[in-house]
Write a protein that binds this ligand. Sequence first.
Ligand code: HEC
Length: 415
Amino acid sequence: MFVLLLAACGTSVDSSGEPAGDSGTPSDAPVWYGDVEPIVGASCTGCHVEGGIGGFSLDSYDAAKPMAAAMASSVQAKKMPPWKADDGCREYRDDLSLSPEALQRIVDWAAAGALEGDAAKSIHLAAPVETLSRVDATLTLPVPYTPSTTRPDDYRCFLVDWPVDHDTYMTGYVIRPDQTSIVHHLVAYIAPPEQLAEFEGLDAQDEEPGWTCFGGPGIANQQDAEWLGAWAPGGTSGDFPDGTGIPMKTGSKVVLQMHYNTSNAAAVADQTTMDVMYDDDVDVPATIQPWADPDWLDGTGMEIPAATNGTEHEFSFTFPRGGFQIHNAALHMHQLGRTARLEVDHKDGTSDCLLAISDWDFNWQRTYTFTEPYDVQGGDALKVSCTWDNPGSEEVNWGEGTSDEMCLGTMLFSY
Ligand code: HEC
């Protein structure tokens, strides 16, 4: 039957030149159209399309066939798709993870010679690279900036205009790092009108474009600076959860904090951009809430001793009142991170997991958006916890450098 199918579409023989049926392929071997193409469409072509971040396309049979063996080994090794959230916490929007059956189907397809099947069953993959439903404006670093190489980590802040001059809400964004070999992260902060003079002063004092800034946008009480958005490697973003938006008051600007690291790549000029979408009305105003022990931030209290495995630190805070919602969650550590978790512990001893990553990979950090918002009750404690392996000969602690560590949750709260 299989041979007939192939004969009917007139193209496919496997790479050995023999019809697949002759090499003992079971007649139920999976084929591209109908079996593998829909899986690839759901889990891979968000990145593996022409011009996508995946670097090569998997959006057609001709593109995918030569990659079949690599596809099978990358899914078996759980390298691809890059979806690090453990199962069993919460349900997330745009879940890329493969079911065991889907994973096996890719593996079986490759093993049986990456057969094509019936093109009439094609779902015509053409995944949108664009992840924002509307781009209203693009924020851009004011000039291309070449990071300083006097030390490997260069933190640089730039003040950029916000495109509208009335009260509005940012309802989605996509950050497009320009030089991905050196851009380690970006945090966008709101620069409210009353702080503009301070930011402009910092910019004027520094001879280079922008100004140096650590741990925040560089002003006096920078711990209180409000986040507008963030990107770290592997990060994806897009429209905010339904009905939410971050308030931007008239006269506000945006500070883009770039973290460049040049320990493994040459310093080249970077001009990263951030596409934004905004609306004058939203159902619920929201704010991005970073979550970490304030005591960690001064570089003590999160000791990770030299030559140890599995050091754990956690921070928990109990809300006196509830009545607000959490819409998404992300976790951030650096290179030594092994596991990380955000959970809500209730007064009665039960708890809910918001996001757990048991196989931390610095290269894949993304925000996981809940399909349903999470309701926080009075008395609930929100806890972030992390574990690290430190094979080195130096104690490591909280810090902004790539060889320092962090244990940071971020969530979108609405009130
Ligand atoms: C979120 C974006 C993204 C998604 C989704 C994604 N990939 Fe990738 N993929 C990448 C990037 C970026 C690379 C190159 C860097 C790397 O290897 O980590 C890559 C590399 C690969 C490679 C090269 C070899 C390897 O293992 O590193 C293969 C094969 C691959 N992807 C297959 C897949 C398959 C199959 C899927 C779907 C099941 C998938 N990818 C989903 C981004 C993605």
